[in-house]
Design a protein around this ligand. Sequence first.
Ligand code: FPP
Length: 240
Amino acid sequence: MTEKELLPCHVAVIMDGNGRWAQKNKVSRLAGHNAGMLAMKEIIKRADVLGIKYLTVYAFSTENWKRSKEEVGGIFGLLVKYVASELEELDRNNVKVRILGDYTKIPKTAAASIEKALKTTQDNDGLQFSIALNYGSRQEIVRAVKKICQKAEAGEISEDEITEELVAGALYTGEENGNIPDPDLVIRTSGEERISNFLLWQCAYSELAFTDSLWPDFTPDEFEEMIWQYTKRNRRFGGR
Ligand code: FPP
């Protein structure tokens, strides 16, 4: 097998540490998120160059609403800025944008930017870039269970038909987003070693990798190094 064939098909990233980076550099938290957005742009480019098919980033969790109004508004403002400045290039690079989470509940201008990004890139078949936005994995599972219950109540499926595939298909990563494969590798920055309600079902067999780098300091070279380290791991999926 060549190194290229050993590459993870799907890499998911928990972009943590923007706040601590801001504190360390004596700038506002929003400036930290802005630096985080710049780091994200570079990681997307490197993922594309490496030939990774799916990249998913955790941008805003269902728990992040607990932050100050100013910070929440600032993060969505950055999203609008990101789409305005990057959409053309993403599209040119054949990147397809997807959203995992309920983006209808985010501020209107941000939701409109998302709609535009989804529409513009809908026919692209290069890097599949998913942004987890207003996303929480438990909420995602509850939503999937409700969808399945509705089908059962309507007599469309029987108990025997409730399988792992059916549950997976009802998640945000399922049918509505073209059945994104489970992440092979989950990276978390900033020294925290937790999953924090991110892709709980999908991460069942994922390899986990952690780095002390704060997200804005996380470079494409470090990302690439983590990918090569992953290729040396021996995944057994519960078998021998
Ligand atoms: C975690 O750092 C980061 C976030 C909650 C926001 C992530 C946002 C971006 C990378 C930029 C915006 C990009 C888009 C697409 C919206 P933290 O604030 O929890 O850091 P801390 O733990 O050091 O406080």
